[in-house]
Write a protein that binds this ligand. Structure first.
Ligand SMILES: [Zn+2]
Length: 144
């Protein structure tokens, strides 16, 4: 008995993004076609987390590959992430954005070192709370 799905999605556990994340993932053609790993800080756990957390995430990817033959991995970090100290931990919006871009690219390299055949997509989510609304923009980041 084999079950296949297209992708694994790794994202931060932050509740503010969950509904919007699902909508984004569906917009990528992945409705009911992805495994999901939700951890505080998203790729931070791979890049600068403890060895234990890094191995946990890589093992989840390996399990998705073995059991479900995934081809793609979506790495989704977000701005104003509490695991990174929130937006106030950075000197500027650009500095914060650069840090997430850098961490996503480092995570891509680490994942591809172990699973070279997986296609990695990297995304930065930004919550907009202007005018009392709540929207999320998803920006695709290019690879390293
Ligand atoms: Zn977060």
């Amino acid at each position: 008995m084999t079950h296949k799905c297209q992708a694994l999605v790794l994202h931060c556990m932050d509740y503010r993004f969950i509904g919007h994340l699902r909508d984004f993932i569906v917009s990528q053609g992945l409705k009911d076609q992805y495994d999901e790993v939700s951890v505080a800080g998203g790729v931070q756990g791979i890049v600068s987390g403890t060895k234990h957390v890094q191995e946990y995430i890589l093992n989840q990817i390996g399990t998705a590959r073995r059991l479900h033959s995934i081809q793609d991995v979506y790495l989704i970090n977000h701005l104003d992430c509490g695991a990174y100290g929130g937006r106030t931990a950075f000197g500027s919006d650009q500095e914060e954005h650069d840090r997430h871009t850098s961490d996503l690219q480092k995570a891509q390299i680490i994942i591809n070192q172990r699973f070279s055949e997986l296609n990695i997509s990297m995304v930065i989510a930004r919550l907009n709370e202007e005018n009392g609304g709540q929207e999320v923009d998803f920006e695709v980041v290019s690879g390293s």
